[in-house]
Design a protein around this ligand. Structure first.
Ligand SMILES: Nc1ncnc2c1ncn2[C@@H]1O[C@H](COP(=O)(O)OP(=O)(O)O)[C@@H](O)[C@H]1O
Ligand SMILES: [Mg+2]
Length: 466
């Protein structure tokens, strides 16, 4: 059967790539030099040298396309930079290499099964680089004439376009007129129209029109009127993920679903068809697989069914590199009574490269606080910096970083542009860290409502014994 599989256009990528930053917005890479040695303070990264180097080595293998279907695990206490390093890795990947980040708890949703959610995450992380020949129309617009029907419902028009060698008139339908209107195309523009997708791009204004200063903005770009044929064939390369191909070709969804982000479940038969098609394209040299990276944060939140899915999926020919992070020591594997390192079943652990992250030294903490202050445009007095560093040591780094913006608010209230010890002290009384919160809960016994947990479950379910 000759199935028609469409791959959409490269524009889709920008829309579906979601960035989740905020706490990690200062991270711009792993901060390694050419020999993969960690620099002391670079690309927003400080300390955690061994883990960064290990991450860099794995990254290198990914970039060379030499690693896929493997898994690595960042294991370490909370606030030791596991998520930060994973994001650093994602920023060092090329724009073409897919990187997907999920928190394990996202897998448990009402709208789709756990395995479907994981399958989608896997397929988001595999890119297909497709070479296509498209026909484009390229030239300088001589005239654009649009006629509206009396009601305005239908439009017809004519586009006269030229190169230095020839001139042609095209009839326009409503869709093309809208596309031209959206790009605000007028006579004198040099444009390219992709004939398959109908996409119009403005390349600039023709030099011949450079005297029409009334039609010129400060950022107007002037280009030469193209030479030769108006219609040209051109090879274009774009990368889409397998998941995007799935969604675009799913009849019930259509590619609008990608904009809504609500893709629902996708039928296995369709995925099989797509896999077959992609394999065909690879054989014909039309497509290349770009294995990307899937990052599963807080992976101990997955249950045994998910873990066995992971085990199987990693065997698949089309598997990305899977990076996981866990802050558990010995913990119960969810859905079982078994306790296992990091809350991962041993058969999965067995195939995983484990990289451990360690608590930061005081100097590292101070550096990270400084970086965050710069990122958030906050000034600390020297003594405030010292106090915050000590606080981070006693609570967690993340707690201390959170106090930066709240303290700044308090500093502003007293009309100061520098955060001082007093602001930190007040923030500290407003917002509890984990330790104090636990103590407070103990003190409130009787007046807070607690969820009932069965005796068996309550029996030391998880512990963090790093
Ligand atoms: N090595 C580092 N360099 C710079 N910032 C870091 C580093 N490690 C952690 N951070 C920052 O500290 C905070 C806590 O780290 P995070 O990666 O969330 O810890 P984890 O995921 O291990 O719990 C985040 O804001 C993170 O960006
Ligand atoms: Mg984390």
């Amino acid at each position: 059967m000759a199935t028609q599989i469409s791959t959409g256009t490269s524009e889709l990528r920008d829309i579906t790539k979601m960035e989740r930053i905020g706490a990690h917005s200062h991270i711009r890479g792993l901060g390694l030099d050419d020999r993969l040695e960690p620099r002391a303070n670079s690309q927003g990264m400080v300390g955690q040298a061994k883990a960064r180097k290990a991450a860099g080595m794995i990254l290198k293998l990914v970039q060379e396309g030499r690693i896929a279907g493997r898994a690595m695990l960042f294991a370490g206490p909370p606030s030791t930079g596991k998520t930060a390093i994973a994001l650093g890795m994602s920023q060092s990947l090329g724009p073409d290499v897919p990187f997907t980040m999920i928190a394990a708890s996202e897998v448990f949703s009402l709208s789709m099964s756990k395995t479907e959610a994981l399958t989608q995450a896997f397929r988001r992380s595999i890119g297909v680089r497709i070479k296509e020949e498209t026909e484009i129309i390229e030239g300088e617009v001589v005239e654009l004439q649009i006629d509206r029907s009396l009601t305005g419902a239908t439009k017809t028009g004519k586009l006269t376009i030229k190169t230095t060698d020839m001139e042609t008139i095209y009839d326009l339908g409503t869709k093309m007129i809208d596309a031209l209107a959206k790009e605000k195309v007028t006579a004198g523009d040099v444009i390219a129209i992709d004939k398959t997708s109908g996409k119009v791009s403005k390349l600039g204004r023709s030099f011949a029109r450079s005297r029409d200063y009334d039609a010129m903005g400060a950022d107007t770009k002037f280009v030469q009127c193209p030479e030769g044929e108006i219609q040209k064939r051109r090879e274009v390369v774009h990368t889409v993920s397998l998941h995007e191909i799935d969604v675009i070709n799913s009849r019930t969804q259509g590619f609008l679903a990608l904009f809504a982000g609500d893709t629902g479940e996708i039928k296995p038969e369709l995925r099989n068809q797509i896999n077959t098609k992609v394999a065909e394209w690879r054989e014909e040299g039309k497509a290349e697989i770009v294995p990307g990276v899937l990052f599963i944060d807080e992976v101990h939140m997955l249950d045994i069914e998910c873990f066995s899915y992971l085990n199987r999926a990693l065997e698949n020919e089309l598997a990305p590199l899977v990076i996981m992070a866990s802050n558990r020591g010995m913990a119960r594997v969810r859905g079982t009574k078994i306790r296992s390192p990091h809350g991962l079943p041993v058969d999965l652990l067995d195939r995983v490269l484990i990289v451990s992250t360690k608590p930061y030294t005081e100097t590292d903490i101070e550096e990270i606080i400084k970086i965050r202050c710069e990122e958030e445009d906050v000034k600390l007095t020297d003594s405030a910096l010292q106090v915050l560093t000590t606080m981070a040591g006693q609570t967690t780094l993340r707690y201390a970083l959170n106090l930066i913006s709240t303290s700044q608010m308090l500093a502003r209230k007293r009309k100061s542009d520098k955060v001082d010890v007093e602001d930190l002290r007040r923030s500290y009384t407003y917002f509890m860290d984990e330790k104090r919160s636990v103590e407070w809960i103990k003190m409130q016994e009787g007046s807070l409502i607690f969820e009932e947990i069965s005796q068996a479950e309550a029996g030391r379910e998880e512990s963090m014994d790093f």
